[in-house]
Design a protein around this ligand. Structure first.
Ligand code: ADP
Length: 469
């Protein structure tokens, strides 16, 4: 089987005709699968969609199938799809690439790939790509704000929202893409070659799928492997696993750090973002002017600034966009004050490191942390140490992370409470937190035990705080 998708698509070169006349099989009827089904017929591909579910179709499935067929694609149940030889098989990110139910499809197909890889083959223009465990959406959004100020046709897509393949339609040589890429999407990237790539960090998460941290880091590094000398890899020098990626790419390296000055790269000096290259220094931003807070956001902002600079954005546009950026919902977002307590929604914190980043921001203040979510087997030892150092109180909501309350008490913590739902978590939190302090929902795990997604969880918190005001 040829894993280089470019060849599989009838040997055509990369470009908007790469899929014309090819038979492309899309696996999955979720957001990504639907986006492929909508876009591929427009690129002239014979498009077949299947999924791995089997069994009775739900009403949501039937609705999805109707949309697929309306777009000019065809839906086949897996048993029928297995008999079809596709030129390319496109796997949605939620599907583990080694799923046994894919064996038959993979054997018959010319190649398999992710939607990012497919869209890359079909798009025209330049690409800035962002990956990392935490901070992708913030950084991609910032980079998008900067670049859209400089280039008329700037499109922000990928894991952040609209699929890359949707954004690829109608692109041209002047198009500038900012693409957020997850590790699941990178598993199916083979020729994907951004012009500029940002590697933010590799922190414990998604290990059920990737196995070990080194395997996870290796997947993240795939963003860089196809890059050439003409490209720029923007690497976080403060993250060991990211710093080590410099060895695996031919791209020019631009390191950044929020901890120390670098010989070559970007760093902070008295709050100013300095880019030093070949002995020359340029000020590309001012962290002191930014509305988003915390060292992690300084890192995200510096990464976006350097990458945008490498794409050709002038320093003044960078500085202005950094200054104007208000931050995103569900990421350390102050939703209001109740009884003199600042209430902060950080529902998007779905792993220990993102919660640690949030907690750092409340150093020196009384803070009560609400944790909740599925038990993904994380080691919270580092977070517990931070909680103790900050003297933070903790509320554990729901049954998913019940062990967190037990583990904290086993370490001697006395300010630990348990809450059945958000209403009681908010009520107890406001009772526990003195005036001037902060009540921080930064769950440290995903939301699926009690909610559809992190947004729903964050809205529940917002609502309870509104009721308490
Ligand atoms: P992603 O798209 O990678 O999930 P987001 O920008 O949506 O990243 O942020 C997700 C969570 O991680 C939020 O809670 C945010 O405060 C936190 N976060 C953002 N950037 C970083 C970073 N560089 N390091 C650690 N945590 C971060």
């Amino acid at each position: 089987m040829d894993v280089l998708g470019v060849k599989a698509l009838k040997g055509l070169r990369k470009g908007k005709d790469a899929a014309r006349g090819a038979r492309v099989m899309v696996v999955g009827t979720g957001v990504t699968g639907l986006a492929c089904a909508m876009a591929l017929p427009k690129f002239g591909a014979e498009t077949i969609v299947t999924d791995l579910k089997g069994g009775e179709l739900s009403s949501a499935d039937r609705e999805a199938i109707a949309r697929i067929e309306e777009a000019g694609a065809k839906y086949l149940p897996l048993s029928e799809a297995e008999g079809v030889a596709a030129d390319a098989l496109v796997l949605s990110p939620g599907i583990p690439t080694d799923d046994e139910r894919l064996i038959e499809l993979k054997t018959r197909a010319g190649a398999w790939m992710s939607e990012i890889e497919l869209a890359y083959m079909l798009c025209e223009g330049r690409i800035l790509a962002v990956t990392g465990t935490n901070g992708k959406t913030t950084t991609a959004t910032l980079a998008g704000r900067i670049l859209s100020d400089c280039f008329d046709d700037t499109r922000v897509a990928g894991n952040i929202g609209d699929a890359f393949i949707e954004a690829a339609a109608g692109s041209g040589p002047e198009t500038v893409f900012v693409i957020e890429v997850s590790s699941y999407q990178l598993e199916g990237c083979f020729s994907f070659r951004p012009d500029v790539a940002i590697e933010l960090n590799v922190q414990p998460d998604h290990l059920k799928r990737h196995g070990t941290m080194s395997a996870y880091a290796a997947v993240k590094a795939r963003l860089l492997t196809r890059m050439t000398e003409s490209g720029t890899a923007v690497l976080n020098a403060d993250d060991m696993l990211v710093a080590a990626m410099a060895k695996g790419t031919r791209a020019g390296i631009l390191n950044y750090s929020v901890e120390r000055e670098l010989e070559r790269g970007a760093f902070l000096r008295s709050g100013l973002m300095v880019l030093r290259m070949g002995g020359e220094e340029e000020i590309i931003g001012d962290a002191g002017e930014m509305k988003i807070r915390g060292p992690h956001n300084e890192g995200n902002a510096i990464a976006a600034a350097v990458a945008a600079r490498a794409m050709g954005a002038p320093a003044e546009n960078i500085r202005k966009a950094l200054k104007d950026f208000e931050g995103l919902k569900h990421r350390i977002e102050t939703v209001g004050f109740a009884r003199g307590v600042e209430c902060v929604n950080d529902s998007k914190a779905t792993n220990p490191d993102s919660t640690r980043a949030a907690l750092k921001m409340f150093a020196g203040r009384a803070v009560t942390l609400i944790m909740c979510g599925d038990d993904k087997g994380f080691d919270y030892g580092g977070l517990y140490a931070d909680i103790e150092a900050a003297g933070a109180k903790v509320i554990v909501m729901g049954a998913g992370l019940a062990r967190v309350a037990d583990e904290l008490e086993a370490r001697g913590a006395t300010d630990v409470a348990r809450a059945a739902d958000m209403a009681s978590a908010a009520r107890i939190g406001l009772e526990m937190t003195p005036e001037g302090g902060a009540l921080l929902l930064s769950p440290g795990s995903s939301s699926f035990d009690m909610y559809k997604n992190y947004e729903e969880r964050g809205e529940d918190f917002r609502n309870e705080i509104r009721l308490a005001q």
